[in-house]
Write a protein that binds this ligand. Sequence first.
Ligand code: ZN
Length: 469
Amino acid sequence: MNLVQRALALTVSVLCTPVAALSAQTKPVDWDAISKESQKILVDYVRINTTNPPGNEFPAARFLKGILDREGIEAQILDTTELGTNRANLYARLRGNGTKRAIALVNHMDVVPATPSSWSVDPFSGAGKDGYIWGRGAIDMKGNGIAQLMAMIAIKRSGVPLTRDIVYIGNSDEELTGTGALVFVKRHPDLLKDVEFLVTEGADNLVENGKVVYFAVGVSEKRQFWQRLTVNGVPSHGSRPTKQNPVPRLVSALYKISQYETPLHVTPGVDKFFRDIARLYPEPRRSWLSNVAVALKDAQAREWILNDVWWNAYLRNTISLTGLAGSNKTNVIPGVATADIDIRLLPDQDSVAFLEGLKRVVGDTAAHFTTLLPPKTPLESPINTDLFDAIERAAHDREPSAFVTTPMETGATDRPTYRRLGITTYGFSPFLIPRPEIQRGMHGNDERLSVDNVGYGVHFLYDILRYAQ
Ligand SMILES: [Zn+2]
């Protein structure tokens, strides 16, 4: 479906859905009160230090369970033994009438470390200043976790009739190795078996000069396929060069890899992303982006497109040479030299074939590849779904001039872990955060979320959940 068709389909669905009838039975929501309540909860949540390592997510899970218990929403703290000391996953479910399959709201309770000396406030104080809630996790992803929680609570309080259960999951350890999600999926497939859609982090809306350019739904994600390249040699004294020095051989292999241009490949979500954003550019760029597969055959267009490091990563498997180790003494020829290589595959690529291709590029059987991180399940979720339509509709309510598009996640999230079960998995942020704030705060310093965003996010998710019924 192209955008015009989608817009038409959307208009039709708006006219046909008995939302007026539904809302007549629901109690109105006091959005101002919910926003203030959510802000207070987020402050308390940020104050629970879940820096990973070590994580210590158990108190966070208990905090969330306490809120859910008070609302009469069934919640459980799970996997405490499997995840280790003071760690846990949280699971809750708000029941609908079961005519449609469930939607899961998934977040992680852990945060990355913060260096207090680099912050203007104590990163675990939840300080309120200049219209923001400051603290580690305010964006990634405690803010989103509380917006999800309060949207579910608002649905319950207002009595929105549910055809789908709403599941809420707080995972531990997303920021390190993702064991929280892995253990959850392994131990509780029964709790997920009726889940059709899952929403978690993995895409950011684009806000420029205070205006929404687009809303983003992350439907696809690159896959880490980290390798170590090893060349063995014979150790000896640096004063007498030998042919058995592994370093030049490794360097020669790495040079070939550095010169290798991986093939360009357009996946469905990326194709849609470029077609969507084409409207933001003047000709000829608009035409190029409208059909990126064709444009990549044109030298001028290709150069412009691939010059953007994000777009380049959307369009090919990428290889970054990162770690190097040889001798730690200038006068010693080492017995072994290694290089670590950060490879990221597009969702639909075959890792075995890719590695075979890379070996041919190197063309030296003395250079051995070892897989450091095997690739996760491919993530490329379908776009033509009830939930995607609900997100588009809620987005359109807010910003009729903005559009919804599907950038690819070049990093890694917990989504492939859930996608493995066949769940349609989207990355979505309900907030409007300018890029520089995300850049600075996420995994950086002075992470903060505006108080306006808290209420905005709760309401946005509430509407999405309501429209997806
Ligand atoms: Zn995160």
